[in-house]
Design a protein around this ligand. Structure first.
Ligand SMILES: Nc1ncnc2c1ncn2[C@@H]1O[C@H](COP(=O)(O)OP(=O)(O)OP(=O)(O)O)[C@@H](O)[C@H]1O
Length: 636
């Protein structure tokens, strides 16, 4: 509320929250080309309001007050130039109206505003993802009034909310004979096309046919004397008025599926894919589940899930019924309608219900099948899906043991065998092109893609033409701790010791390697002495080609990358000393071997420090490193 809030004769003027003003401005400009969506949004709100009433009335039947036929009505008045959308749903009290129609109290709001670019097309997309809702009325209306009475409140406690969308709204106590809400739009100049029964019916059929309640308009007839359509005093239903998910698949068009999605998901964009099934047997339910095209603003806010709506025998029970799908599928939207659950089911009951468990398992499988189908038959859509939701799917590897193998097949990675940082390679692709005798899937993980793809550990793999997956997402290490193998091939980090690469070497290479190891034994011993406690071991390696040295950890120890992540998260980690591996073929190593005794300590430390840096670590004494390096360069 702003400082200028005033009270005059029971009417109160309040300021919009700053974000609302910004949103209104943006919406009017960027969504104008699609202005008729206001009708869809207001009908959608009216339908939600009726759903809420029906649900509350399960425990409190008196709320219905004998008016049990829930419906939505659309009227227009050519003289006043108004369109009115009314419902006999739950209605709003004064406080409800102030909270709902003056602020944006939704998770993801901050992210939304921080992502705005000023580019109209991009911003329109963003608004769509964020949800346009009630405020879209101002695209066509210069003034909007909302007359509402909350179910259960007396006639005298209704309210009239009014605003011109400029920054303030007023709220006045009024009387209203029946419960529910009537939203009236005073159309702007030039928006007269909506003062027409045909036009309104056409828009309603296009956008709102899936609404399960009757949407009614006054009948109209052609009056040949007046030579115009004349309204009769009789309501007719203009939509199909049965829940879309209860209809047979064959009777539903793609357009209807898409519009229904926009209603349930509060999305402006089409969905990417959907699955609609009726399940019979031990548990009976219908599911209509959608995968959106875009990640919602609050994907990472695990508490703010809008998810799947639960219905019981077509009565809306709750939004956001998180028990219906596992957390890693939290981006899925849609409806599940159960024939078995009791109408008075609560969140607590859902947690223990066996029926819910069956629904959850069945729905998870359906969504996984849908994704498998996309991956197999619509590669481009799947690539888009992976960009948006790949990180969330990775959580599933650790969360959903029963479906781990199926999820593993859905994973996509960046790889030395693919272009750039895009995650496009599946584990099956990898396994399909392994070298003969290769029984492992190799990967390297780092804080960034650049660090992973430039890792010195990759050198020998590049030389031998062995593929390595390049991991740089934060969840990767955690995920791989749950995924040790795929189709019989162990997943192995190339930054760890114990890589039995010699299996892949030929006889001649092996002979050469053991000779080199022998020759460099004295150098290895000197390095061990010089570095002392700083390393666990020093050894000669075959894994390097262009770099003089690298650090590795033992096979069963935490990788340095994972350790840094844990430390950043404030967790205690065990002390792990690195193993320094040196490349005997490298000129710098030869140089160190021949270095005078006085410089040897510095050289040894330099080798270790640069190996640490290349791995992505921070040095404990960076200034010391620079000094040492400068001294050695000047001595050279
Ligand atoms: N016809 C109505 N009856 C009762 N409450 C309503 C009605 N229309 C709107 N509201 C209330 O106002 C709130 C805000 O509506 P708005 O359309 O802006 O957002 P939303 O429906 O919650 O989300 P979205 O913007 O994604 O559509 C609703 O959540 C609801 O509580």
């Amino acid at each position: 509320m702003s400082d200028s809030d005033t009270t005059v004769h029971g009417a109160e003027t309040l300021g919009f929250q700053a974000e609302v003003k910004q949103l209104l401005h943006l919406m009017i400009h960027s969504l104008y080309s699609n202005k008729e969506i206001f009708l869809r949004e207001l009908v959608s709100n009216a339908s939600d309001a009726c759903d809420k009433l029906r649900f509350e009335a399960i425990d409190k039947p008196e709320l219905m007050q004998g008016d049990t036929e829930l419906r939505i009505r659309i009227e227009y008045d050519k003289e006043l130039r108004t369109v009115t959308i009314s419902d006999n749903g739950i209605g709003m009290s004064r406080d409800d109206a102030i909270a709902n129609l003056g602020t944006i109290a939704r998770s993801g709001t901050r992210e939304f505003f921080s992502q705005l670019t000023g580019d109209q097309q991009k911003d329109a997309q963003l608004i769509g993802q964020f949800g346009v809702g009630f405020y879209s009325s101002f695209i066509v209306a210069q003034k909007v009034s909302v007359l509402s009475r909350r179910a259960g409140l007396p006639e005298t406690e209704a309210i009239l909310w009014e605003s011109d969308g400029q920054g303030e709204f007023s709220i006045t106590p009024v009387e209203k004979a029946d419960r529910g809400t009537a939203v009236t739009l005073y159309l702007r100049e030039g928006e007269d096309e909506f003062l027409n029964g045909w036009k309104l019916r056409e828009v309603l059929r296009r956008y709102s046919d899936h609404i399960s309640l009757p949407i009614q308009m006054l009948k109209e007839e052609w009056d040949s004397e007046k030579s115009e359509q004349v309204k009769k005093n009789e309501w007719e239903t203009v939509n199909q008025a049965n829940a879309l998910w209860t209809r047979a698949k064959a009777d539903i068009t793609d357009e209807q599926y898409k519009e229904f999605y926009k209603h349930v998901a509060h999305d402006y964009d089409d969905p990417l894919a959907w699955t609609h099934n009726r399940v019979e047997g031990r548990s009976e339910y219908t599911q209509l589940l959608y995968v959106p095209k875009h990640a919602p603003m609050d994907l990472w806010d695990r508490d703010a899930r809008r998810g799947v709506k639960l219905y019981v025998r077509r009565v809306f029970i709750m939004d956001d019924a998180e028990q219906l799908l596992p957390a890693y599928l939290r981006f899925v939207r849609g409806v599940i309608d159960s024939a078995d659950l009791p109408l008075n089911v609560s969140r607590e009951l859902l947690q223990e219900s066996r029926d819910v468990k069956v629904i959850r398992e069945g729905s998870t499988k359906r969504v996984l099948s849908l994704l498998e189908d996309l991956a197999e038959n619509k590669a481009e859509d799947y690539a888009e899906f992976w960009k948006q939701f790949g990180l969330v799917i990775k959580e599933g590897v650790g969360e959903d043991h029963a479906n781990k193998d199926r999820i593993a097949k859905l994973l996509r990675f960046a790889s030395t065998q693919a272009e750039g940082s895009a995650q496009t390679v599946s584990l099956a692709d990898y396994v399909g092109r392994v070298k003969e005798g290769q029984d492992k899937i190799y990967y390297v993980s780092a804080d960034t893609f650049a660090a992973a793809s430039n890792s010195p550990h990759l050198e020998i793999f590049r030389k031998k033409g062995l593929e390595v997956l390049l991991l740089s997402d934060r969840v990767d290490e955690w995920m791989l701790s749950h995924l040790r193998e795929f189709e019989g091939k162990q997943l192995v980090s190339i930054a760890k010791g114990g890589l039995d690469l010699d299996k892949l070497a030929d006889e001649e290479e092996k002979k050469h390697q053991s000779e080199v190891a022998e020759t460099f034994k004295p150098l290895v011993e000197r390095l061990k002495t010089a570095l002392g406690e700083k390393v666990k071991d020093v050894r000669v390696t075959v894994r390097l080609v262009d770099s003089p040295a690298c650090v590795v950890v033992d096979e069963h120890e935490l990788s340095p990358h994972l350790m840094r992540m844990l430390q950043a998260a404030g967790q205690e980690t065990p002390q792990v000393k690195p193993i320094l591996e040196i490349n005997p073929e490298h000129a710098l190593v030869t140089r160190v071997q021949g270095a005078p005794e006085a410089d040897f300590g510095d050289w040894a430390q330099l080798l270790l420090d640069q190996a640490m840096l290349a791995e992505g670590a921070q040095l404990a004494d960076p200034a010391g490193f620079v000094k040492r390096m400068n001294r050695l360069i000047l001595n050279a």
